[in-house]
Design a protein around this ligand. Structure first.
Ligand SMILES: [Zn+2]
Length: 305
């Protein structure tokens, strides 16, 4: 452990109701939660529900059941699916997202991209970076079915503080992200924007997520700079290792085997997740016998540093 955790600490669990949560989601929740509790911090539950194509009500219910089953709680956020719909859905914050999209537009930072998914994939530089095809295309921003991408400058650096790295990491988005989407073809704001706005809306100062989201964090930090979203730029991040399946692949919600719903329904306890959490937090695995032992061990460790 290298950086001090923020004090007072406010972190969040940020699931997406686009599939049943898997063991990797559960592990991330447990680690986030025990770190918060060890630091006497608070936890927000905020659900990213703007992917309307994959949204299903049963996935929202699964989020609450999973948190319960894991033995976790939270201090801020919806008490259940009904309150989520009524007060917390991202659809209630569309006006806020729109204001920030307007600001990006006014600052000349976005352009319309009419590429098909297939073209983006086939023309990608190094297999994943958008090739900038539409940047000089001059499509009007209100072109039907166009996405909005950020026009990254030649240097688009951010400085990120990661809990496990002694020095700030300097990342250039041109290397790991390219011109990314901030408004989707369906006109909904994209994840990079909504995640930043939501975290900043609730004054989150500690973000725990998997290593696969490192460049997303960088993209959000860069947006925060452009949009003058102060607090978020000072956030501490922790990008933890990912839990892999037996074939060594990243777990995916679309693949059913690791769904925690299956664990719950077959009467399994969450202890396997606690032990994994202990291991990833560099604690002896037997401390994962319960949440209180995990919290205590982390407290001791934090006090030492
Ligand atoms: Zn394009």
């Amino acid at each position: 452990m290298t950086h001090r955790l923020p004090s007072p600490l406010l972190t969040r669990l940020a699931p997406t109701p686009s599939g049943f949560l898997h063991a990797g989601n559960g592990l991330s929740f447990v680690m986030t939660w025990v770190l918060a509790r060890a630091q006497a911090g608070k936890v927000l539950l905020r659900i990213d529900d703007l992917d309307r194509q994959r949204f299903r009500q049963e996935y929202v219910e699964d989020i609450f059941r999973t948190i319960d089953w894991l033995g976790l709680d939270f201090d801020l956020g919806p008490s259940g699916p009904d309150e989520f719909e009524a007060k917390y859905s991202q659809r209630h914050r569309m006006e806020l997202y729109r204001q920030y999209l307007d600001k990006l537009q006014q600052n000349g930072l976005v352009y319309a991209c009419t590429c098909s998914r297939k073209r983006v994939r086939e023309a990608a530089i190094n297999g994943f970076l958008y090739d900038g095809h539409c940047r000089k295309g001059g499509h009007p921003l209100d072109t039907e079915g166009a996405a909005w991408r950020i026009a990254l400058p030649a240097v688009a650096q951010v400085e990120m503080r990661d809990w496990q790295h002694p020095d700030p990491m300097v990342l250039d988005l041109n290397i790991g992200m390219g011109d990314y989407v901030v408004r989707k073809k369906d006109q909904f704001p994209a994840y990079q924007l909504t995640s930043l706005i939501d975290d900043s809306h609730w004054n989150i100062n500690f973000v725990v997520r998997g290593k696969d989201l490192l460049w997303s964090s960088a993209a959000q930090l860069w947006l925060a700079q452009q949009l003058n979203v102060g607090g978020f730029q000072q956030s501490l991040f922790w990008h933890h290792e990912l839990l892999l399946n037996e074939e060594g692949e990243k777990l995916a919600k679309s693949k059913g085997a690791s769904a925690l719903k299956t664990w719950r329904e077959s009467g399994d306890s969450p202890h396997k997740i606690y032990r994994l959490a202990a291991k990833m937090l560099a604690l002896p695995e037997q401390l994962g016998e319960s949440l209180p032992t995990l919290i205590q061990a982390l407290k001791d460790k934090i006090d030492e540093t």
